[in-house]
Design a protein around this ligand. Structure first.
Ligand code: SF4
Length: 410
């Protein structure tokens, strides 16, 4: 049974710094160019959420970041993205404006970056732009800006007022649900609805799952992303005892899956469930939370540092760092950085336990950051292993029953 970190000796690439890229290249392996560029345009936030992995977990590097990306760094980031797209003849790229809270960067920087990337890449590259916001400042003037620049907007919402305000509060302690709901009503009404990309909901198992799901549906989101709170074997997620046989997160998600899957009308796309179903049918995953697809995303920090996914900041100080910088390094250099390569080698990066698991191809060891163990590094099953196993098995059983009914073999 999976769910233990007591695996045999970890492979050589258990820790990203140990990945031997030259040896991999010598075997004929090729890195995948980046498709997704996350720009940290402002490093601070106007909320003080208690579950925030950027400010409240192991890595505290945000403290030394400038508050806002400078125009000089923005210009160089634009050039680096365009250069990478041109070098690899990418037909489409995605730019994600992120923070901290990206709206704090102001309309001029947002506009400069979006127009800059679109005009710098060649005519053969489509540029999709998304912005992920806490929704507090999403007023009509920002919405007009998003509309004029064709930026799609994702908003973080944890459920109804009680659920959302449990964590998503201002520094004064006041909850943000009322303000975020107002912004969501503006975003989802009339001319702006097409900009709405979906809701990001961080799971807190103290909230009622179905009430949470229904509170999200009130805003008619095209997609819902349920985000498991970040943690690892050194610092387990809240209410999860990795040594026990309990599966509190699967127990929380399964009623939502049953409601979503059993609904006669498709109210929204729940990304985690859809990706698991795709993987069970043999398709590659499109999300880094499950599956073995190579991660093709890079982060440009507010100061111009080129980094790994900031989710890794939940593991340990410096986990996302590459020591590369847009002023001195092309993104092709990042593509060959051991910590990036470690996330592109699929099954070779996994623990022996994951490689022997019957859910290997559908789970893929779970989110990279959740695998971290101080002794076995990232070559460890996810700290959510038992929850993932139970959730995926439940989804597989439910789908298999339906297929059997359709075929008349049930
Ligand atoms: S593949 Fe997933 S379910 Fe299987 S052992 Fe690894 S983390 Fe656990």
């Amino acid at each position: 049974m999976p769910g233990s970190s007591d695996s045999p000796a970890p492979p050589a690439h258990a820790f990203p710094d140990l990945v031997d890229v030259d040896a991999l290249l010598a075997t004929g392996w090729k890195p995948y160019p980046f498709q997704q560029f996350i720009l940290k345009i402002h490093s601070r936030c106007d909320l003080a959420c208690r579950h925030c992995y950027v400010y409240e977990m192991a890595d505290q590097s945000w403290r030394s970041q400038p508050r806002r990306m400078s125009d000089a760094i923005a210009e160089r980031a634009i050039q680096r993205i365009a250069e990478h797209a041109e070098q690899h003849k990418l037909p489409a790229i995605e730019v994600i404006l992120h923070g901290g809270e990206p709206l704090l960067a102001g309309p001029e920087l947002i506009s400069r970056l979006v127009r800059g990337v679109r005009s710098a890449v060649g005519a053969g590259t489509r540029v999709d732009v998304n912005l992920q916001t806490n929704g507090v400042r999403l007023d009509r003037s920002f919405l007009e800006l998003m509309r004029s620049l064709e930026i799609r907007v994702g908003v973080s919402l944890d459920g109804d007022a009680e659920a959302h305000d449990r964590h998503r509060r201002f520094a004064t302690g006041k909850g943000s649900h009322a303000l975020v709901s107002e912004s969501l009503r503006r975003l989802t009404a009339g001319p702006y609805h097409q900009l709405f990309s979906g809701l990001l909901c961080t799971v807190d198992i103290r909230n009622d799952p179905l009430r949470t799901y229904e509170a999200l549906l009130e805003f008619d989101p095209p997609t819902v992303d349920f985000l498991l709170p970040h943690g690892n074997w050194a610092e387990p997620p809240p209410f999860l005892d990795p040594a026990s046989a309990t599966t509190p997160y699967a127990d929380w998600l399964i009623p939502i899956f049953d409601r979503w899957y059993g609904s006669p009308v498709m109210h929204t796309e729940v990304r985690m469930f859809r990706e698991i179903m795709r993987l069970l049918m043999g398709s590659p995953s499109r999300a880094e939370t499950v599956g073995l697809s190579p991660v093709r995303m890079v982060v440009i920090e507010t100061d111009g540092s080129i980094e790994q996914s900031d989710i890794l900041k939940s593991a340990y100080q410096g986990a996302a760092r590459t020591r590369l910088h847009v002023l001195t390094d092309p993104l092709d250099r990042a593509m060959l950085h051991p910590s990036i390569v470690a996330r592109q080698i699929g099954v070779d990066a996994l623990s022996p336990l994951c490689r022997d698991c019957d859910l290997l191809s559908s789970c893929g060891g779970g989110l990279y950051a959740h695998r971290f163990h101080p002794r076995t590094g990232f070559a460890t099953p996810s700290v959510y292993c038992r929850d993932l196993y139970r959730l995926i098995t439940h989804i597989a059983d439910r789908c298999a029953r339906d297929m059997a009914t359709i075929r008349g073999t049930a």
